[in-house]
Design a protein around this ligand. Structure first.
Ligand code: ZN
Length: 280
């Protein structure tokens, strides 16, 4: 039991791909020129423009064939990918960058603060390609679509969320692609001074975005499975299930609570081991 608990606290990356995360998931239109092309759990998005496409998140290297097949199922060409926006510096979002670059020649855009960490992921010894570094507030534009980067440090120091505007039935929506608000593991507490302040600032900042379309780096963070089901049953005049401002705010609340609880447990453990040290 104890061993199980320890395992549960270790970063997922240490064990490779968690079961089922990389399974295929039906690609679909989210809204306007914005499509889901990721796996069952690891979100990737395709933004289609007249000047080529933007791909957000390559995920694991083993996810790339799944993403490529999804792009083709939607009727687009993977080789039309002109820009790859790399997710935050964890292998489940950026390990496949080199393979995407190899297959498409896309320009790889990485958050400046996550540059060094991102470069650590070199599947098969390949160098990690990085063509452009972006900071908070900078934009990526292609064929009339602009995405804006928002610094959301905590999950990684350079975690970037992205926003853009999408249209449907004559209305314009603020779409927000979250980085990750997940602070339940806190494995980086000791080698990330300031992580607590960063997370708290990020939860606060997260509430300031006027989110209509709620998307994230993990499908489960925005309840994709249930929303996809609704999308399948959507009739004319039914709301778009991805428009979910309340779901977004509830997600921020939930992850903030989880983080504070994990932090309290961690601090209690630290105090306990300090006491044990004194007894020696
Ligand atoms: Zn992550």
């Amino acid at each position: 039991m104890r061993q199980f608990l320890l395992l549960a606290l270790l970063p997922l990356a240490a064990f490779g791909q968690p079961n089922g995360w990389n399974d295929p998931f039906p690609p679909h239109k989210v809204m306007d020129n914005f499509y889901y092309v990721g796996t069952k759990e690891l979100a990737s998005f395709l933004i289609v423009t007249p000047q080529g496409n933007i791909l957000m998140n390559s995920n694991y290297e083993a996810s790339v064939p799944v993403i490529k097949a999804n792009v083709e199922k939607l009727g687009f060409k993977f080789s039309d990918t002109k820009i790859l926006i790399a997710g935050h510096a964890h292998p489940d979002h950026v390990e496949g960058d080199a393979l995407v670059k190899e297959l498409t020649g896309a320009q790889v855009v990485v958050g400046r603060v996550d540059e060094a960490k991102t470069k650590e992921f070199r599947p098969g010894g390949k160098d990690h390609p990085i063509d452009r570094l972006v900071d908070d507030g900078e934009t990526v534009t292609l064929g009339g679509t602009t995405l804006t980067a928002h610094s959301m440090p905590g999950h990684t120091r350079g975690c970037l969320a992205w926003s853009t505007s999408l249209k449907e039935n004559g209305k314009t929506y603020y779409a927000f692609i979250e980085c990750s608000l997940n602070g339940q593991f806190l494995q980086t507490l000791d080698n990330y001074p300031g992580i607590v302040e960063d997370f708290r600032g990020t939860y606060k900042k997260a509430r300031t975005f006027p989110v209509d379309v709620f998307l994230s780096s993990h499908a489960s963070f925005y309840g994709l499975a249930a929303k996809y089901e609704k999308l399948q049953k959507r009739g004319p005049g039914d709301p778009n299930p991805f428009v979910d401002p309340q779901g977004y705010q509830a997600h921020v609340d939930e992850y903030e609570k989880t983080f504070e609880a994990a932090l309290a447990r961690r601090q209690a453990q630290a105090a306990q081991s300090k006491d044990l040290g004194k007894e020696k």
